[in-house]
Ligand binder design. Structure first.
Ligand code: IMP
Length: 197
């Protein structure tokens, strides 16, 4: 059965990534972009931010829909910063600021997290999380992707920053791919259980 979902995002890169994954791997799912403005709030976790965002557009977007909130975490040296403040840090000091903070530190562990908040037909919210571990590069490299991609080297693609991977390569391993896979698996299970009734 064809299923239409709305992805609430103003970020064309995120939409492109999500659409490519869905089209290639889940042909009976269609994702439409809903460009309704989402407010950034300050909270302690991506889950809290995602919950706030998904509820904030309840009367503005046709259900079912989902939002996604991501963060870049510099682990040891920065104790997870910028994390939930990634958007603000990107707008202010940018990824060059992160490179400057780390300077020539040999401890460069970092990871991306993605949390999808999905609002189902009964207005229940479901959260799905995806993570990719790696490190901060010494210098910015690559022109693909967006955000912190030029300074993140995943443990799964050593030697290449996310911005040096093409869309398909990033989409095979990214934090967003992993949260998205969980959402789709959830939706598939739901569809199957419906059929049995
Ligand atoms: P958002 O709040 O989920 O839009 O993302 C927070 C910040 O992280 C923004 O500055 C994004 O540019 C950045 N970001 C989110 N996802 C990614 C990604 O997949 N790669 C690189 N940067 C990202």
């Amino acid at each position: 059965m064809q299923k239409t979902l709305r992805f609430v995002t103003g970020n064309p890169h995120k939409y492109k990534e999500v659409k490519a994954v869905i089209q290639k791997n889940f042909p009976n799912f269609e994702v439409l972009q809903s460009n309704v403005k989402l407010l950034e709030i300050q909270a302690d976790s991506l889950e809290e931010v995602a919950l706030f965002k998904v509820n904030s557009v309840k009367n503005l977007v046709k259900i079912p829909y989902f939002i996604e909130d991501a963060g870049f975490f510099v682990d040891d040296v920065c104790k997870g910063f910028p994390g939930v403040y990634s958007s603000y840090v990107m707008k202010t000091i940018g990824y060059y600021g992160i490179l400057k903070i780390l300077d020539d530190s040999t401890t460069r562990k970092a990871h991306f997290e993605s949390v999808i908040a999905y609002l189902d037909e009964d207005e229940n919210v479901h959260l799905f999380k995806g993570i990719n571990y790696g490190k901060v590069s010494i210098e910015a490299r690559g022109n693909s992707g967006f955000g912190f991609d030029p300074i993140f080297i995943s443990d799964e693609t050593p030697g290449k920053t996310f911005a040096e991977l093409n869309l398909e390569e990033k989409n095979q391993i990214s934090h967003r791919r992993r949260s998205l896979d969980k959402l789709v698996e959830f939706l598939k299970k739901f569809d199957d259980s419906q059929k049995k009734i």
